[in-house]
Design a protein around this ligand. Structure first.
Ligand SMILES: [Zn+2]
Length: 459
């Protein structure tokens, strides 16, 4: 090595050691540089990819952490964080960049907790879903930013009111019968949504995400679905009533994990609002239609909550370090929640993939499906459950499972072809063969009671 190069490298090292940790707002170019910097510092466990472009052509970059970046490993859950969906709510964007740097640094430091997390989880971080809106808000800066400047995308659309409305469909099915999961998209959905929304929908359809959080600002509370109340009317969107999902208790717990690990969210009094335990049902606070968290739950296997993280939507640079320290443990603990409940494989007797397999839990009117490789994940609170795997043409299999508080319980299903499928075309003189055809039965379900509780206005 030449002397000059050696001196240069020493200087670089020295600079790195003495340079203080900087907390700053990142404009688009700076954000991209930061993602690639992390990628270069932790090349073995990271990958940068884009899910599409904004209206103005900015890339929607995702940073992935995994011991096999770019590959889904069976039984290893997929997790995502989404920030800056509202362009003027900027704290989530900065926290996710801090989180990316933290994960990389602690991985390099051999921090056992972070090593394990990256080894057992595939983590996807989208720091900005609305880079165009951000640039508009950032051009104004934190000091004089209007409350709504930069909230929408470049077409003036609020992206958290832009997802296909599947709630109406689900409420109908709940009452009259019909699918309780993976509700279909309208045929012309692509022409009805914005480019950023389309990119996110295609993203969440192509990965089997299990758990997610969407980071916002303007209040301090962990908000869980549904966001849209049963009685929602667009002209009186302030009308609010508690609208629990069939997984209400689980969602409450997920929200509490965040609020109690957060520096002050759990205290409940923040920004002039009061939320017991620092959590709220979305519709109970204020009802909104076409939001992202309801869409995740009704169209995919993913359980998403919405985190409101700061009273001020565009905090001053000097506040960022305090915010990071207040959120760091919560961001990690929430991520760790992806490892709970049950998971396993759903295959046929010869370990082949099944088409149309479904996992149902008795008493919870929300099924999940396995991913492309036959592995499924079903988040559940500790308890004992009756779980059934079904697939068209196969005999259903039902087991009783006890779920503990920590690790997920492994439950594999190897379904047998139903007799009708084994000898499908044989004609028999008697009706014996037909009598042996097993009808796929599904467990009966109980609808969760919907409590009414009035609440307060929007943020
Ligand atoms: Zn928001």
């Amino acid at each position: 090595m030449s002397d000059l190069l050696s001196v240069f490298l020493r200087l670089l090292l020295l600079f790195k050691l003495v340079a203080p940790v900087t907390f700053r707002h990142h404009r688009y170019d700076d954000l991209v540089r930061t993602l690639y910097k992390v990628r270069n510092q932790c090349p073995d466990v990271t990958r940068v990819y884009s899910i599409g472009r904004s209206v103005r052509g900015r890339q929607l970059y995702v940073l992935e952490f995994s011991d096999y970046p770019g590959t889904h490993e069976p039984l290893e859950p997929e997790f995502k964080y989404v920030g800056n969906m509202h362009g003027n709510e900027v704290l989530g964007r900065e926290l996710l960049l801090q989180l990316a740097e933290f994960l990389c640094e602690e991985f390099r430091n051999q921090n056992p907790r972070i090593l394990r997390l990256i080894h057992d989880t595939r983590i996807h971080i989208l720091p900005s879903m609305n880079p165009d809106g951000y640039e508009v808000a950032a051009a104004q800066g934190p000091y004089m930013s209007g409350y709504l400047v930069g909230r929408n995308n470049a077409n003036g659309v609020d992206l958290n009111r832009n997802f296909p409305d599947l709630n109406t469909y689900f409420y109908y099915n709940e009452k009259y019968g019909g699918p309780n999961h993976h509700l279909p998209l309208p045929d012309n959905w692509k022409s009805q949504v914005e480019p950023e929304t389309r990119a996110v929908i295609q993203w969440i359809r192509s990965f089997n995400f299990v758990l997610s959080a969407n980071l916002h600002g303007g209040a301090v509370v962990a908000n869980y679905p549904y966001d849209k109340s049963l009685e929602h009317r667009s002209r009186s969107s302030h009308h609010s009533s508690n609208s629990p999902t069939p997984d209400d208790k689980l969602f409450q717990k997920l929200a509490k994990v965040y609020s109690y690990a957060h520096g002050w969210m759990y205290q409940g009094w923040n920004c002039g609002d009061y939320f017991p335990d620092g959590i709220t049902n979305g519709a109970s606070w204020y009802s909104l239609s076409k939001g992202m968290q309801d869409f995740n739950y009704l169209h995919t296997n993913c359980f998403e909550i919405t985190l409101e993280l700061s009273c001020n939507k565009f905090p001053r640079q000097e506040e960022l370090q305090r915010e990071w320290l207040g959120n760091r443990e919560a961001l990690i603990q929430f991520l760790e929640q992806v490892h709970q409940g049950i998971k396993g494989m759903v295959l046929d007797e010869n370990y082949n993939n099944l088409t149309g397999a479904v996992i149902s839990v008795s008493g919870i009117n929300h099924d999940v499906t396995p991913g492309e490789q036959g592995d499924y994940f079903r988040l559940l609170l500790p308890g004992t459950y009756t779980v059934t795997a079904t697939a068209p043409g196969f005999d259903p299999q039902t087991v009783s499972v006890t779920v503990g508080p920590a690790e997920p319980t492994l439950v594999n299903f190897y379904l047998k072809k139903s007799k009708a499928q084994v000898y499908p075309m044989r004609r028999t003189p008697s009706g014996e063969q037909a009598a042996r055809v097993k009808v796929l039965s599904r467990p009966s379900r109980k609808k969760d009671p919907g409590m009414k509780k009035p609440h307060r206005g929007p943020a």
